[in-house]
Design a protein around this ligand. Structure first.
Ligand code: COA
Length: 337
């Protein structure tokens, strides 16, 4: 879907991360590993994780407040809330309903979660684009927030080294000037390889029937090497195609803002596009993989640090459990973050 009946404007972006920093050296207290092993294989030095009662709702709320402020919209202007969350503190009420209540978004606006793991922001943008394009809603708040640190097995050194917590938010609205900020967007899934990353739900059958074998302390399971191989062999062609769908060539795009899962995956994409380091946004070193939040965190922090000059175009690309993946060429206007 490249052409929308109603063009959309990305009106505001924000993010929020927990204060608590856990370094690679800290992880050596949990299992046998080293800063050198983790950094050379992933590009990660440290990650932020929630502490005490802080959770993905708190992070999402702060990110949403920041994005709303930049958009100039007030809670009463929002008419739909989508939360991209695969690691929420509660399965229901949806994280989006918590955000709606905390922000004081009135008039009983629809609020729901969308589970596409680390591709959640791009999936949500596609859904928002469809809803606005169909004329159903106008101003949509997207909140991407995940609490992976609570779902990890902190004895599994192959998986728990990778993830951190964080939230990002985006406000989208119909573009009054008729210029669509989404030049092209493509979302994909392959459930056949869903076992590469999964998390079971606990539960028991009714005591009157035979019991099922269900994991009672669920945690994130990941076949890291399979994920790595799949992503580097699949994602680059979709990046190429999305740029082509936008009517552009790689040189026309100012920045590559990829999901922050592994520095080596980011470098594979960089090489494919033949981009210099200043065109590729990476902050995985300080945050690890924050799931659906990683793209908006990298984007907004990139602007704050002067790595990204707004008034530009960028290609966003993400992948995650499902397996899901997605790409989007977007216009980033001045003043959105
Ligand atoms: N510290 C030290 N050694 C570790 C370790 C750690 N944290 N984690 C694993 N190892 C060991 C393993 O036990 C194994 O030892 P063995 O050969 O004696 O059995 C060895 O290192 C290699 O393990 P392997 O899992 O094959 O490593 P890898 O080179 O594939 O790297 C990842 C593991 C997770 C870093 C890598 O596969 C990866 O980043 N994959 C992508 C995952 C991803 O992006 N997921 C998110 C998707 S949204």
């Amino acid at each position: 879907m490249t052409n929308n009946k109603i063009p959309i404007r990305i009106a505001g972006l924000g993010y929020s991360v927990p204060k608590t920093v856990v370094t690679n050296d800290d992880l050596t207290k949990l299992y046998e590993t080293s800063d050198e092993w983790i950094y050379t294989r992933t590009g990660i030095k440290e990650r932020r994780i929630v502490s005490g009662n802080e959770d993905a709702i708190d992070l999402g709320y702060k990110a949403a407040q920041n994005a709303m402020k930049k958009s100039g919209l007030k809670p009463e202007d929002i008419d739909c809330v989508i939360a991209a969350s695969s690691a929420p503190p509660q399965l229901y009420p949806a994280l989006a309903c918590h955000i709606q209540a905390r922000l004081g978004i009135p008039d009983f606006v629809p609020s729901f979660d969308l589970t596409a793991a680390c591709t959640g922001l791009i999936y949500s943008l596609q859904v928002a684009r469809g809803l606005i394009g169909a004329g159903l809603y106008k101003n949509i708040l997207i909140v991407a927030s995940d609490n992976n640190s609570r779902l990890l097995d902190w004895t599994d050194r192959g998986t728990s080294i990778l993830f951190g917590d964080g939230a990002g938010a985006m406000v989208v609205e119909p573009a009054q000037d008729g210029i669509d900020d989404v030049l092209a967007l493509d979302i994909r899934a392959d459930g056949v390889i869903g076992q590469y990353i999964y998390m079971n739900m606990p539960g028991k059958n009714c005591p009157l029937v035979e019991q099922a074998e269900i994991e009672q302390n669920p945690k994130i399971h990941m076949a890291g090497r399979d994920v790595y191989k799949f992503v580097v062999s699949t994602l680059p062609q979709y990046v190429d195609k999305c740029i082509e769908d936008a009517g552009k060539i790689p040189e026309d795009i100012d920045y590559l803002i990829p999901h922050q899962a592994n520095q080596r995956i980011i470098e594979a994409l960089q090489q494919r596009l033949n981009y210099s380091d200043d065109k590729v946004i990476s902050n995985i070193k300080y945050y690890g993989n924050t799931s659906a939040a990683s793209i908006p965190i990298a984007l907004v922090e990139g602007v704050e640090q002067g790595k990204i000059k707004l008034g530009c175009t960028a290609i966003l690309c993400g992948f995650g459990a499902g397996m899901t993946w997605g790409t989007a060429v977007v216009r980033l206007r001045e003043g959105i973050c």
